[in-house]
Design a protein around this ligand. Structure first.
Ligand code: C6P
Length: 414
């Protein structure tokens, strides 16, 4: 199906496309799904695409000398073109399919560690990174002797940007930053950071896991060197994600994994590598996943992203307002520019108990450190309860969530 913009935004119509939203939790309570930052649900169109692929087109890509393989290859490569259009990349050669954001960042970090980083070089991340944008760089730092530096955050959960200028030195080789924080909802000024970094010739990696489904992303406009996201956080399948990398960088970088499809010629003396993007796609890829992701992106593109953003923002604001009226509830993350996520703690009740109590009422949220322990450390807490919103959530669901929360807090505080 092609990309057609839907006029207006009808949330009830959107909901009807998601069969899982009809679920009754334990057969009784209506499902109120507010765990979209962990993974979104999939519209029927995406589910049908996966089923259809396995029923009609399943075959390996780039290898077969037969009709079915040609078909699967065309579908897989068309999926890459859809991603290219979605991100507004310059070329399909800049789109590498990976398992998800985590593998994407590991790909970039590992590749950089093979010759592009040396002892004493510096990598800058932020205090609000997901562990998958910290640990790969720590591994690389251990191997190469590079040093990790951190842009701090303030108590609203915003980057203290002026610190970046102090952190950058002539040893800074790379900056890797999250576009939207999964724990705080903060939207970072990545364009500004990229522009500053480029004045000093430093490339920038952007972790877009929590951004792509909520705000407009245009990699040429951002001018980022790398942009990484996961399919399952934008209504697509699990096990598929994307690394966008500027061609000039991907050309310079050595491969991440070795194996089939990433080579031109192999002898025991020497191997030459395939052209982009195949140099970075060793082995049989997640073919159905890529095709499913493309379908999800086409589905998502029918909506005006600004309307999606304001719908979700309204939900965030409404939830924040109602939560603040409850005694002893504190919001964690009150950035001026935020989206889709409300994290909170409540006096006297552990976030895990909040999660379990809400689940009894059919409300699915996430509790814990959300793979962002440095953020928890900043706020002096172990965990938060987090409600995260998607295109199909409603004000009524916010009210069900807050009413259920009041019940849970009353129970645990009795
Ligand atoms: N955050 C959450 O509940 P993967 O698991 O590879 O698809 O995405 C990792 C990842 C990277 N960066 C950010 C900003 C993320 O939010 C995530 C995943 C989920 O918040 C699972 S911890």
């Amino acid at each position: 199906m092609g990309i057609e913009q839907q006029v207006g935004f009808d949330v009830e119509r959107v909901r009807r496309e998601f069969p899982i939203l009809e679920t009754k939790v334990r057969g009784t309570k209506r499902l109120v799904y507010l765990d979209n930052a962990a993974t979104t649900q999939r519209p029927k169109r995406v589910i049908d695409t996966l089923k259809e692929f396995y029923e009609k087109y399943n075959s390996n890509v780039h290898r077969g000398a037969h009709w079915l393989s040609d078909l699967a290859t065309k579908m897989y490569e068309d999926a890459r073109k859809t991603v290219k259009e979605f991100l507004n990349a310059h070329s399909h050669r800049e789109i590498v399919f990976v398992r998800g954001t985590t593998e994407g960042i590991n790909l970039i970090a590992t590749s950089f560690s093979r010759g592009l980083l040396k002892e004493g070089d510096e990598i800058i991340v932020t205090e609000m990174e997901h562990h998958s944008n910290i640990v790969p760089w720590q591994l690389v730092a251990q191997q190469t002797g590079a040093v990790l530096k951190v842009i701090p955050i303030n108590d609203k959960g915003e980057l203290i940007l002026y610190e970046l200028e102090n952190l950058i030195t002539d040893r800074t080789k790379l900056i890797s930053i999250v576009h939207v924080s999964n724990s705080l909802g903060t939207i970072n000024p990545v364009k500004e950071i990229i522009s500053l970094a480029h004045q000093k010739g430093i490339p920038v990696v952007v972790d877009g896991a929590q951004a792509v489904a909520h705000i407009s992303v245009d990699v040429q406009d951002l001018d980022c060197d790398f942009y990484v996201f996961s399919g399952h956080k934008i209504y697509g399948p699990t096990g598929i994600g994307v690394v966008y990398g500027k061609e000039e960088w991907l050309e310079k970088m050595p491969p991440y994994q070795g194996g089939g499809d990433m080579i031109k010629e192999v002898t025991f003396e020497k191997t030459t590598y395939n052209e982009l993007p195949y140099k970075f796609e060793a082995g049989t890829p997640n073919i159905a996943g890529a095709i499913g992701l493309a379908e999800a992106l086409k589905w998502f593109k029918q909506f005006d992203i600004n309307e999606v953003h304001s719908h979700e923002n309204e939900l965030v604001q409404y939830a924040t307002e109602l939560l603040k009226e409850i005694d002893g509830v504190r919001i964690i993350g009150e950035a001026d520019n935020k989206t889709a996520v409300v994290s909170f703690i409540a006096d006297g009740v552990h976030p895990h108990d909040i999660g379990t109590g809400l689940d009894m009422e059919g409300v699915a949220i996430r509790t814990g450190h959300h793979c962002t322990q440095p953020i928890m450390c900043h706020f002096g807490i172990m965990a938060t309860a987090r409600a995260s919103f998607a295109i199909y959530n409603t004000r009524e669901e916010v009210e069900i969530f807050v009413d259920a929360l009041k019940k849970v807090l009353k129970f645990f505080r009795r």
